[in-house]
Design a protein around this ligand. Structure first.
Ligand code: C5P
Length: 348
């Protein structure tokens, strides 16, 4: 078992964040491969993938809870879910917020061109910091805010480079798009994502005196609850989805596990494992650091993609990647001035 001291150390945070960069990059690469290597009629349905992944997350979280409680999974389910339904229901909030986020992303993608979507969605990092300040009393220095904005721009530049390459494949029906609806959807999705993540963080870090008289609920138990509510909400969404109108959505009516090749199962495992990593990063580091790791993984995945698929590296990629890495460096290493340094403080 890992000691509490190690779990609270900066080294452990770093291990988790590097793990997230690798997991995220692998997910991006495998995800891209699974969607590009097969004809469209053999493609898996994204909704089905999400549902299967959440079931995987729940099973993995159960395994972790079983292991960390010395085989007391059933007792833990009894005391943390059956005997405390109102406490468990707290996790319905992030589950619903993630549902709103995912649904709005779909609205945004249908109303915005891919480049506008990619650029505006990067604001998520800044909204996460804003919500962390409001809900967790975090403090960020001016330099750190500049780094967060610069990192978002860097990620946007890198993904824009890729979007540009795929432009011909992803032509959309511009006539049916509404810029206002799209921008509104992205804005609300960015806040939804931030609120869900920071709310989850607040719940899993709630160890202040009086907050809980009994043993604190573990992050794995919280993840079991989150996956459970996500499965319920995703299934309801699936059930109430009206028959697809466009040819692009026709795949929704496919049977379960249609198109689940070995690579898709690998993607499921990566994402389910990634869910546990996200939970651990939120618990032992925080949501803004998670955003930084995601930013680094965008440039790492593009770099690896160059090696694996031979995509030439553009100067756009070089500029974006440099901006990302410099921002992460200066976010974590405040420049010493005569004024008191304002590194982010741990709450509670
Ligand atoms: O885009 P964003 O960073 O908000 O997405 C977070 C993702 O992480 C969501 O898809 C959510 O399902 C997932 N997550 C998770 N486990 C948690 C918290 C979030 O799998 N404990």
């Amino acid at each position: 078992m890992l000691s509490q001291q190690f779990l609270a150390s900066p080294q452990f945070k770093l291990v988790l964040l590097v793990g997230m960069v690798l997991q995220n990059s692998a997910t991006v690469l495998v995800g891209r491969y699974t969607r590009s290597a097969v004809p469209s009629n053999e493609l898996y349905v994204v909704n089905h993938l999400i549902l299967v992944t959440e079931i995987g997350k729940m099973l993995l979280s159960c395994a972790f809870e079983h292991f960390t409680t010395g085989g007391q999974l059933m007792d833990s389910i009894q005391s943390n879910i059956i005997d405390a339904p109102y406490d468990a229901l707290k996790i319905l909030v992030p589950a619903l917020l993630y549902l709103v986020q995912n649904s709005l992303l779909y609205v945004a993608l249908s109303n915005l061109t891919a480049p506008i979507f990619q650029v505006t969605y990067q604001a998520k990092l800044v909204t996460t910091a804003v919500v962390s300040v409001m809900m967790l009393n975090r403090k960020y220095s001016f330099q750190q805010w500049v780094c967060l904005v610069a990192l978002s721009i860097g990620v946007a530049i890198v993904v824009l480079g890729e979007t540009g390459d795929n432009k011909k494949k992803e032509e959309t029906a511009a006539g049916e798009q509404s810029l206002t609806a799209g921008l509104l959807a992205v804005t609300v999705a960015c806040f939804s994502s931030a609120l869900a993540g920071v709310y989850f963080e607040k719940v899993v870090k709630a160890t202040s005196p009086g907050a809980q008289k009994k043993k604190p609920v573990s992050v794995w138990m919280r993840n079991i609850q989150l996956a459970f509510f996500t499965i319920v909400t995703a299934s309801m969404k699936d059930l109430f989805t009206v028959a697809p109108a466009s040819a692009a959505n026709a795949a929704v009516s496919q049977p379960y596990f249609h198109g689940f090749t070995t690579w898709v199962w690998i993607l499921v495992c990566l994402q389910a494992g990634g869910g546990l990593l996200v939970a651990a990063v939120i618990k032992y580091a925080d949501n803004v650091l998670k955003g930084l790791a995601t930013g680094v993984s965008v440039c790492f995945a593009t770099g690896v993609s160059t090696v694996l698929f031979g995509t030439p590296l553009s100067s756009q990629f070089a500029v974006g990647a440099l901006l990302i890495l410099v921002s992460v460096y200066f976010f974590s290493n405040p420049i010493k001035t005569k004024e008191k340094s304002m590194a982010p403080e741990a709450e509670d």
